[in-house]
Ligand binder design. Structure first.
Ligand code: ARG
Length: 458
């Protein structure tokens, strides 16, 4: 007989049990469920709705169940429907009639809302910790490479020389925004829906502020009708993860390109690469490829839950049971992705010489020549044209623009004089505007991220 079986005269069909049950996946919430029930029953005792003795008996029973689950002794039964009913049923088996008092002044609707919310909030914190570690790695690499030149690209075509440290800090910037999003979501959603009961609140004299304190929330939610059907917290983490994975996918793409024999800017460590089953010479970048691939399901999970929630009338609807699997999946895959991305970055070899060699292709300092002429009073359009002629000469000679001699350049235009320096180093160092690639500016950026990390770690 089901816990709710009073008005039913026939048992449910087996296929209904299979279709209806969330227990195969929502057992993930057992800790939150047990903690929520302890907080609820202790509050009921404080309010004189249960005796303290009853509440303590309930607590004892719940802790025993936690133990059983953790030791693998708990018997999972599909016909219990979900983690909430499974635990309550076992509690009644263990402590008898007192266990039947636990569900006073609450419903599974606020119970699942509080359990799932707390589970998601905890994961927000885990993401924050992981992202900080990742940013730290970008900063560490940047520190070593404020002078390492590589071709900065637009359209994946050589554009201007930049430093590898600068490039790494572009990613630190992205992941810092991700960090902030998880932090803000935590703050916004750290509100307690417990005690909202089915949808309208309860006539019992409960104290929602008490359970709020016990469960570590900032405050109780303000409207019960909203609280039992709100899944914004779940959607937020799915969106935050989608954005995070989009960023992870972008660096992954670069790692894949950089590790090709055409680029060879980096060499992935053996620990974080894989081989081919047929081609013995191969070393494949499976890690960044998988991260790039997993980004797809992160987006899919977000769209899935957005679609579930669309058009749902107030308040609770069983559709919402579909909220958990996408979130569990996204969280699991993104946490491991960020962890392994960090290790891959930490252990990769950075091939400075290859980066420099590549920077010698594509006349990266052409804009510098045009800018030089503009400073000498040449109108930009004309400067552009003169630079074009210099590039043509370099092409004809089969060298890079930065390798033309001063005399050759002077021959192109008489306004060119001894103070012209078209070297890659000079080009990179001259870009000193705020937030730019010059080493002194990159050092400023390093300080900025170090300050952020320090503040967030304190
Ligand atoms: N397993 C359900 C879920 O995840 C719990 C809430 C059930 N509430 C109800 N009124 N049937 O949504």
């Amino acid at each position: 007989m089901k816990l709710w079986g009073g008005r039913f005269s026939k048992a449910t069909a087996k296929i209904l049990d299979e279709f209806n049950a969330s227990i195969p996946f929502d057992k993930e919430l057992y800790i939150e469920d047990i903690e929520g029930s302890i907080a609820h029953s202790q509050m009921l005792a404080k309010q004189g709705i249960l005796t303290q003795k009853e509440a303590d008996k309930i607590k004892e029973g719940l802790l025993k169940i936690k133990d059983e689950i953790e030791k693998g002794e708990f018997v999972w039964d599909l016909s219990d429907e979900d983690i909430h009913m499974a635990i309550e049923k076992r509690l009644i088996e263990l402590i008898g009639d007192i266990g039947k008092k636990l569900h006073t002044a609450r419903s599974r609707n606020d119970q699942v809302a509080v359990d799932f919310r707390r589970w998601v909030l905890k994961r927000n914190k885990e993401f924050m910790a992981k992202i900080k570690e990742l940013i730290e790695v970008f900063v560490d690499i940047a520190k070593e490479h404020t002078d390492t030149i590589l071709p900065g690209m637009t359209h994946l075509q050589h554009a201007q020389p930049i430093s590898f440290g600068y490039h790494m800090l572009a990613y630190a910037s992205m992941f810092k925004r991700d960090y902030e999003r998880f932090k803000e979501s935590y703050k916004r959603n750290n509100k307690n829906p417990l005690g909202c009961a089915a949808l309208a609140g309860t006539p019992h004299n409960i104290d929602r502020f008490e359970t709020t304190k016990a469960l570590g929330f900032d405050e109780p939610t303000i409207n019960c009708l909203d609280s039992v059907s709100d899944r914004d917290f779940a959607l937020e983490i799915l969106f935050n993860i989608s954005m995070l994975m989009m960023h992870a996918s972008r660096i992954s793409e670069e790692l894949i390109i950089w590790s090709t024999s055409e680029f060879s800017f980096i060499t992935l460590s053996d620990e974080y690469s894989t081989g081919s089953s047929i081609m013995p010479q191969k070393k494949n970048p499976d890690v960044p490829e998988l991260i790039r691939g997993k980004t797809g399901r992160a987006y899919g999970n977000l769209i899935a839950l957005l679609t579930v929630m669309k058009g749902l009338p107030l308040a609770y609807n069983k559709d919402t049971q579909e909220d958990k699997e996408p979130v569990f999946d996204s969280v699991k895959n993104a946490l491991i992705s960020i962890e392994i991305l960090k290790e891959t970055l930490k252990t990769m070899k950075i091939n400075k010489e290859k980066m420099y060699e590549a920077s010698k292709k594509g006349h990266l300092t052409a804009t510098d020549l045009a800018d030089y002429l503009v400073k000498k009073g040449v109108p930009f359009r004309e400067a552009h044209h003169i630079t074009g002629r210099a590039v043509a000469l370099a092409e004809k000679k089969g060298v890079d623009l930065s390798d033309l001699s001063l005399d050759e350049l002077k021959n192109i235009d008489k306004r060119i004089s001894d103070d012209l320096d078209l070297s890659l180093e000079n080009s990179m160092k001259s870009r000193k505007s705020y937030g730019a690639t010059a080493p002194e500016r990159v050092k400023e950026q390093i300080k900025y991220f170090e300050k952020f990390l320090k503040e967030e770690n304190d």
